[in-house]
Design a protein around this ligand. Sequence first.
Ligand SMILES: Cc1cc2nc3c(=O)[nH]c(=O)nc-3n(C[C@H](O)[C@H](O)[C@H](O)COP(=O)(O)OP(=O)(O)OC[C@H]3O[C@@H](n4cnc5c(N)ncnc54)[C@H](O)[C@@H]3O)c2cc1C
Length: 522
Amino acid sequence: MSALDTEVLIVGAGPTGLTLALWLVRLGVDIRLIDRSVGPGETSRALAVQARTLEFHRQIGVVDDVLEAGIRLEQLTARTPEKVSAIIPLSKFGEGVSRYSYAFALPQDIHERVLVAHLEEAGVHIERQTELIAFEEKDDGVTVTTRREGVTKTFRTLYICGCDGARSTVRHALGIGFPGGTYDQSFYVADVDGDGEVTRNGMDVCLGSYGFALVMPVRQTGSLRLIGVVPEAHKRDPVITFETIRPEIECHTGIAIKALNWFSTYRVHHRVAERFRGGRAFLLGDAGHIHSPAGGQGMNTGIGDAVNLAWKLAAVLQGRAAASLLDTYETERLAFARVLIKSTDQAFKLVSGRSWLLGLWRRYAMAKVISAITRTKIGSRAFFALISQTGIKYRKSALSSGRSGAVQGGDRLPWVPFGQSDNHACLTTLDWQVHVYGEIEPAFGAAISLAGIPLHRFDWSTAAGRVGVVRNTAYLVRPDGQIAIVAKQDATAFERFIETFAIKPRNVEASTIERSSSLAAI
Ligand SMILES: Cc1cc2nc3c(=O)[nH]c(=O)nc-3n(C[C@H](O)[C@H](O)[C@H](O)COP(=O)(O)OP(=O)(O)OC[C@H]3O[C@@H](n4cnc5c(N)ncnc54)[C@H](O)[C@@H]3O)c2cc1C
């Protein structure tokens, strides 16, 4: 190959590309990361950082910095024009499901800066003002053309990852369609300083016949994010300025605005790419799916794509898995994106539909229904699993098999706390591992040890039973914390899987049976 070769070229340094870069670097892959912009984004955009994203960030050691920079949201207050109609506590609504059982907000620009700082610490330099122009797959690699300050360069990479946003150059170059549509309503988003009856440590949703408006803290400095539907009377204005719709914004949110820090309006699209892969090129994040902001899922889904692809690419590049492992990226993530588009579409229609019936539903029923659901333990957990993305399952994936109790192959490893620690602590190795909660049968232990897969034994606990783990069952856990196989301690299913996908663990030295004394002692 010619000069400036790399194993993986990442196009786009938004949250998706930055996460992919960090995971690949931690996994020892040689990368280049290019972005046509001058620097990281400067607007707050995605505020909601979901629990599953925080769990992924924990695996690569960035979660503490992310948590330090953001705000925990303690409650959701639903208001109608007349009154506060429901208060839903958010501080522990995922209690027992995740270490990060609360709602958490961090402006996207700060989030990106935290990820950039960790990349720089790892010695990765983002090549800014560098635009992908074209690429072509040939001779077991990809020839890429980029342009920087008018100068065109060509180099070779083994894989190219399009994390280049909704207008993705990679997607266009692959000729992959982006079917879907655009909602009729336009949205405004404003970051302001202001006064009003809002919860400073929570999120307020203001529901009315006009649709909805959302108020939440943006920065630790105390500014507020206002987001809502552009009033009907102005939606066709060629240019919608803040001052034109300020009276409606103040009326719907109840905020007296003192200063405006950022204002934007946008149309919302709902689209999913027909494919997430074309040969050695992959689509991730907004390049593959865009949808309504309902539920704060967009950025988090991009980060989930990045994690799903990163460990598979690393394993194939390092000869630790068969190339067929890469096929599972599209099957797993495309299926999830399609489900997500449907659910965000339904949620979006409920919160912004214009019919009088939906208007009545929002004004008199919606908050009470959600409040009633989340007041029950089952309802609260189901709601949390959906919003936080901890409920993501790949049960139909070629990598998933077996079932014991409520847990199936493809599910996320249920979270089991042990004193100050938990069973997700060992996922920081970014490696395959087998978990047993109870006792290990010697023959099974010996077979897993022989295969080189780290084996973790945890003392049986009621906490494990509560989240659906079954005593003495064996769980083969993927590097991203999803379960591949759930089975009795019979090594056959595990050996067959390891052989089919030619799995080799990263750290052969860790292949002895491990007993974590801090966990086992509790
Ligand atoms: C107002 C607003 C509010 C939102 N709120 C939320 C929320 O609360 N929660 C949530 O999860 N999501 C939210 N989103 C969505 C979220 O911002 C996006 O989903 C997220 O930015 C997608 O990240 P990405 O890295 O995939 O793409 P992007 O952030 O779009 O990054 C793509 C990058 O690729 C670069 N690029 C593009 N083309 C090229 C090229 N040819 N060569 C080199 N570089 C290129 C761009 O410069 C850019 O830096 C919101 C979005 C908006 C607009």
